[in-house]
Design a protein. Sequence first.
Length: 332
Amino acid sequence: MSLCALVCCALQSEQLAAGRPDPLLDAGKPAERLPAYGGQAVIEGVMMRGQKYMTVAVRAPDQEIVTKTAPLPRRIYQARIARIPVLRGTLLLWDALVLGFQALSFSADIALTSEEEPKPEPKDGPGTQWFTWLTAILGIGVGIGLFFVLPASLTVPIHAWTESAPLANLVEGLIRIVLLIGYIAVIGRFPDIRRVYMYHGAEHKAINAFEGGGDLQTARVQQFSTRHPRCGTTFLLVIAVLSVAVFTVIGRPESWLLLLGSRVLFVPVIAGLGYEIIRWAAAHTDRPWVVWVMGPGMALQTLSTREPEDSQVEVAVHALRELIRLETAVPA
């Protein structure tokens, strides 16, 4: 499953949209800022997350939409550390990955059953939680190896030849960006991943319709864009660019082991800084220069999303409506 699909729900549960009244939930009330719901594409479905709940809606082989809901862990989202800049980004990104793997596991159980088989019950026991954590750690390890360790290793000869750490770091960053773009583009050619990208587009359309004050009817939602400023694809590109600046500041160790260690150890720091950048930029999209700076990330989403079918938008809307119902039923 694509790394992009696992991360695209990150960085959204704590953010607020740009102060528009919510026509679905606040009719007749004073104008309030909309909660910044986020989401992720899964296998034949969509996961949506709010400030207190997550929902997953999956299209089963018999065409029924199967839904799973779960509360978000209060110990993370209401802890003091969740309000500390940079640290909160690292913490929320980790939790987003864990939730993402849980959603993917549920969607696989539903989507891969035959029409004759009974739909499996959600599994949330200790064994399942440990498996999810181990899978998330493995996924993070593969991502760090591909996008941080490999580029650093490839630029060791360049550093030795030029004796220029800034140049080696720049080339390392360029390799990282090329790997990221190539990865997203290549896996998108596989039919199964292409459908995940279509659900990714459906998720964005549903959230854009909600934040734009649009009616959450399928035909109306289809009129909205498949791109969104808080998308994890943009976040990954921000990390790739930001890593050049961070590694230039901390220097480039001569030892290969120290070089790789520095790349691995600073991933949480770069992720936390990237979170703050995306969080701030998403709240200031009314500024032309912000739109211009975030343009490459938005453009990259043309690779990680596809125009969805009506049936896929229906699933995304179903997940979002269920999330809205749960979030508004929870006392403030």
